[in-house]
Design a protein around this ligand. Structure first.
Ligand code: HEM
Length: 507
């Protein structure tokens, strides 16, 4: 009995000592660090219950007004630093690009990336450098664009043909998203595997798309935050993580059995002739530079990073064109003036002669930025930013949407006005040459896919405007604009309801 009491007392004593130590450490570190401002944090949960789960870019703009260009939120054990000025964005992405060049992952992303064996979520270091180098030649060069552009033009042509063949498209309208989704998969799968899907009813297409959608949903959901923020609650996430793992296994098996193995056989038969991006990647594996899991995670990354952002941006662009018929006519005039009056199909080499079309693409990426806060960055070690100390392993969000839409920094910021990129902002490119406009990020972790995304967006929007008058659907609210309410994710913005659009052929 006495022994039991003694044990209990010892446990209680240890607990009390641990608490005292924790408070002392907290106080000590509070003195040592000059942390960015932010709301005061409660024990254990920090600011989590106060600020909630849904930290979208709009909510963070409100907080930046209160706390400043850099502020800190404590989400349980996780520190979240939000950056809302071009000067500090430059520090994070460029000047201190190495210090802030890592990625923050959570428990779910650990499952979907094999703890960073991929490229998008790899920690900054040798593995990321190697993956980025191996992926650059097969995916992200102007040679790839030159080789792939006929395929992208063909996919856009097929969308136009399908719409022309569908009487509903010219009358009550169609949900363009469905055709664009198939087009986007084909644009990317042609580059990656030299393959395409004939129809959206192809069972393999349907399965891959469903798995990709579910992968995105599970990783962008807020349902697992409690276990991510408060480690003692992690056992309660077992079922959620099990679902993620099951989905991941199925997805990887499909990539492997239906696509990667086919390229492996083709390489064996041809004696190593390289015909698509995957052949390059598999040759890197054969040279021992990466392992087979890395190969599959490259397929995983391209399936998400390569398709979603571009598709969302194209859909936003179309909706803005419908809501701004004057922009459509200006575009048509530009294309007619440059390509000739008989509407020869727009091609990628034409794009450099079409500044207004390029401005429409940029304006879409500005006002309707799809990845509103970039992919979260992270500092592996303690760092400094704007005169404050940033504790190691903080998740850093750059509010890129705010930088591109701040009324203090842009003329009539809330208007869709492509002309701005031919007038007062004529020197601003989408590649981050001006830190107010970084839809693809800038610096080491910036989007390498920009070289593909810009021509794909321009060709798709251009061909649609060349062939159709894009209109809102008929009905009681006939003159109404298309609803542009956005669905905001953890760091993304897409249209809430896929729009029905009338595509009236131009004769
Ligand atoms: C309009 C379309 C696209 C947008 C708006 C977009 C945007 C972005 C952004 C904001 C980042 C993060 C930058 C940062 O954290 O600093 C990123 C990263 C990335 N994107 Fe894109 N992207 C698009 C299309 C593509 C395409 C077509 C591909 C590939 C085919 C691609 C592949 C990647 C990869 C691999 C990364 C990770 C880079 C790294 O961590 O080193 N993206 N993208």
């Amino acid at each position: 009995m006495d022994v039991l009491l003694l044990e209990k007392a010892a446990v209680l004593g240890l607990f009390a000592a641990a608490m005292v130590l924790a408070i002392a450490v907290a106080k000590f570190s509070g003195k040592r660090f000059r942390l960015p401002p932010g709301p005061s944090a409660a024990p254990i949960v920090g600011n989590w219950l106060q600020v909630g789960d849904d930290l979208n870019h709009r909510k963070l703009i409100g907080m930046a007004k209160r706390f400043g260009e850099v502020f800190l939120l404590r989400m349980g054990v996780r520190n979240l630093v939000v950056v809302s000025s071009p000067e500090l964005a430059k520090e994070v992405l460029h000047t201190q690009g190495v210090e802030f060049g890592s990625r923050s992952r959570n428990l779910v992303l650990d499952v979907f990336t094999g703890k960073g064996q991929d490229m998008v979520f790899a920690s900054y270091g040798d593995h990321w450098r190697k993956m980025r180098r191996i992926m650059t030649v097969p995916f992200f060069t102007s040679k790839v664009v030159a080789q792939s552009r006929a395929g992208w033009e063909e996919e856009a042509r097929l969308v136009v043909e399908e719409l022309k063949a569908d009487p509903a498209a010219a009358t009550e309208g169609v949900v363009l998203w469905r055709s664009l989704q198939l087009m986007m998969y084909n644009d990317v799968f042609r580059v990656m595997f030299g393959r395409r899907f004939d129809t959206a009813d192809d069972p393999l297409f349907r399965e891959i798309n469903a798995l990709n959608v579910e992968r995105s949903r599970l990783s962008q959901s807020f349902d697992f935050n409690y276990g991510d923020f408060i480690p003692v609650l992690r056992p309660f996430l077992r079922r959620y993580l099990h679902r993620c793992a099951k989905l991941n296994n199925r997805r990887m098996r499909i990539f492997e059995e239906h696509f990667v193995q086919q390229r492996m056989k083709a390489l064996d038969q041809s004696g190593g002739e390289i015909l698509c991006a995957m052949d390059h990647v598999l040759m890197a594996e054969r040279k021992g530079e990466i392992n087979h899991d890395n190969v599959l995670y490259i397929v995983e990354n391209i399936n998400i990073a390569g398709i979603e952002g571009t598709l969302w941006s194209i859909e936003w662009g179309i909706v803005e064109l419908v809501n701004h018929p004057e922009v459509q006519s200006k575009l048509r005039h530009e294309m007619a003036a440059v390509l000739g009056p008989n509407r020869p199909p727009l091609t990628v080499p034409d794009l450099e002669h079409l500044p207004y079309l390029q401005s429409v693409v940029k304006e879409t990426l500005r006002l309707r930025m799809a990845i509103t806060m970039l992919v979260p960055h992270m500092n592996l070690k303690d760092a400094k930013l704007g005169g404050f100390d940033i504790p190691a392993q903080s998740k850093i969000l750059v509010n890129a949407w705010f930088l591109a839409n701040d009324p203090k920094r842009w003329v009539r910021a809330d208007e869709f006005r492509p002309e701005r990129f031919l007038e007062e902002e004529k020197d601003v490119e989408a590649n981050g040459n001006d830190l107010r406009f970084v839809p693809f990020g800038v610096g080491r972790r910036s989007c390498p896919g920009i070289i593909l995304a810009l021509p794909i967006m321009a060709i798709t929007l251009g061909r649609l405007v060349q062939n159709f008058q894009l209109l809102p659907p008929p009905g009681p609210g006939k003159d109404d604009k298309i609803d542009t309410t956005a669905k905001l994710g953890q760091f993304s913005s897409q249209i809430l309801n896929h729009a029905t659009i009338v595509c009236k052929p131009l004769i």
